[in-house]
Design a protein around this ligand. Structure first.
Ligand SMILES: [Zn+2]
Length: 556
């Protein structure tokens, strides 16, 4: 079998002797349930000018060899398209490389030890930032407060973001610098945690409250940020990720991206989302910001391109800030809340849609998804939204009626299966929600385009961990949640390739190993599609090509 088209060209590079999973499918085929695509048992790929010019059996490939063609013998190893994480925060994950990683703490004591170490090497007054503590995974899951930090760090202000990115704990020095006292009122859309005497206890909930402290933390310099983009690029390519949709960027952060690109430091295809931060200003101001942005979705090139406007419409279940149709299991007094009203959201979506933007909405609660879909329907009244591909981010509990609207209006969803493994949310959820959480199978069966992603730095972006979690659905205790929602390794691969390319309107140029596509190709050390499902997790990247150039290489 051959997928080559005679181009009469001498290749720059030829990959030989690979087991090639092409993922050569169209989105329409995937929607209709087709999952089989050509797999070349002993195949070769020819590349010229950054593009794939042949995908063929070994016998055919000789006609593409010229005297300057570089030949890479893959020795039978497995080849997949460059992986795409369609919802992560690459920019912030890069910045986090400069902060303390708290994700592996299993107790408050662990967190305190890391803080102690950092204080000992910090200058007086220097801010100490960290992220990804998760008290749900601690021996004692009580939330930490400023009192747990104060003795260790009196002079250095501390800002530790929780894994959900909707809650942080800070010390008294940080509260003092931010001017937060007993008399400070909760900002609209946020909550300042307080002790029994009404004193701030160091916990802050949602962007509006987090922002009170974040606004006094000195920003990184532009050069530091460029370096962090370069650093995250190295980590991505070592994990086989050649493209991301990078969410929640300000215009200034987008300019930094452009600077990194121009300096040759951008080593992954970034589709950047402009953040319409609902915590900053009123609805009127959000609309004004859209009007003033001199750009829209699609602006850019193959390396750096504008994706959607991002609107964060609610929070997470563990912080009771996701807006649910029914009250919380552990607190029947609340259903959570949305960050803006349905009417405000409609105005924002309609405006963005009218200007030519795609819109991606963070919706975790099922009630929030109702509000988001109402916004998309309002836009659809102005002009058809089907081609624009507005989408939902997360949406872990779709109801039947919501699935129908999504299908009808071509609204895809970006999901993060690694959260099933690492976030340990089951204790705060009703049992049916814990079992149906992130229902990849249901999404596939309903013809909804389901993109594979991580939401890193919330959880690690390793796509093999994500695919493993979607296939196995096991938490940290190895307990299985929702056996009926497990998908096959092939479906998981489709999620991180072709389906993810859908969200940036690029399934015709990437997400598969097809003639004419950008030569983003990954070679791994095992056939994780055919091998034991538990073993997907252990997959290691041997070689990553971006635009036909080797950007990561382990020994083959
Ligand atoms: Zn996110």
């Amino acid at each position: 079998m051959t997928l080559s088209r005679k181009w009469n060209a001498e290749a720059d590079t030829i990959l030989t002797n690979g087991k090639i999973y092409t993922v050569s499918l169209t989105i329409e085929e995937i929607k209709k349930g087709k999952k089989d695509f050509p797999i070349l048992e002993n195949g070769a790929i020819a590349i010229k000018d950054g593009k794939i010019i042949a995908v063929t059996d070994m016998g055919e490939i000789n006609s593409y060899k010229g005297k300057d063609t570089a030949i890479i013998d893959l020795k039978g190893q497995t080849v997949i398209p460059g992986l795409i994480d369609c919802h992560m925060h690459a920019f912030f994950t890069g910045i986090n490389l400069m902060n303390i990683d708290l994700s592996n703490t299993t107790s408050l004591k662990d967190l305190q030890n890391l803080l102690k170490d950092r204080v000992s090497i910090s200058k007086p007054g220097e801010w100490i930032n960290g992220q990804c503590w998760n008290n749900s995974n601690w021996e004692d899951s009580t939330f930490p407060t400023r009192k747990d930090l104060d003795n260790l760090s009196k002079d250095n202000p501390v800002f530790f973001m929780r894994v959900c990115y909707h809650v942080a704990v800070v010390n008294s020095k940080a509260l003092e610098l931010a001017g937060i006292t007993k008399d400070t009122k909760d900002p609209e859309g946020g909550v300042i945690g307080r002790d029994e005497f009404g004193e701030p206890n160091g916990l802050l909930y949602e962007n509006a409250a987090l922002g009170l402290v974040q606004s006094v933390i000195p920003p990184f310099t532009s050069d530091q940020l460029v370096d962090s983009i370069s650093a995250i690029g190295e980590e991505l390519s070592a994990n086989g990720v050649t493209g991301v949709i990078d969410a929640n960027l300000t215009m200034e952060q987008m300019r930094t991206y452009y600077k990194a690109y121009k300096m040759g430091k951008l080593k992954y295809r970034s589709r950047i989302m402009y953040y319409l931060d609902t915590a900053v200003g009123s609805c009127k101001e959000h609309l004004k910001r859209l009007d003033e942005a001199a750009t829209i979705t699609g602006f850019g090139d193959d390396m750096l391109k504008l994706n959607a406007v991002k609107i964060t419409l609610d929070g997470t279940p563990s912080s009771k800030t996701a807006c649910m149709r029914r009250p919380y299991k552990l607190d029947p007094t609340t259903c959570g809340f949305t960050t803006v009203t349905e009417e405000e959201l409609k105005e924002m979506v309609v405006k963005a849609h009218s200007l030519g933007w795609q819109v991606g909405i963070h919706a975790v609660g099922d009630k929030t998804a109702d509000v988001a879909l109402a916004g998309f329907k309002a836009a659809n009244k102005i002009s058809s939204i089907k081609e624009r591909r507005h989408y939902l981010i997360h949406h872990p509990w779709p109801s039947k009626d919501q699935l129908e609207i999504m299908k009808e209006l071509n609204i895809g969803v970006t999901v993060q299966p690694t959260m099933l493994h690492l976030l340990n949310e089951a204790p705060v959820l009703y049992d049916d929600m814990a079992q149906n959480n992130i229902p990849c199978k249901t999404y596939f069966e309903n013809g909804i385009v389901t993109g594979g992603s991580s939401d890193a730095p919330v959880v690690p972006f390793n796509p093999f961990l994500g695919m493993w979690a979607a296939v196995n659905r096991k938490d940290l205790n190895k307990d299985l949640w929702g056996a009926h929602e497990r998908i096959t390794p092939i479906e998981a691969l489709i999620m991180w390739t072709k389906n993810s390319a859908f969200f940036s309107h690029e399934e015709h140029i990437r997400g598969s190993i097809d003639v004419g596509n950008l030569a983003d190709i990954v070679v791994v050390d095992r056939d994780f599609i055919k091998g034991p499902k538990e073993d997907i997790l252990n997959t290691k990247v041997k070689l990553t090509l971006l635009n036909g150039e080797v950007i990561y290489k382990d020994e083959i």
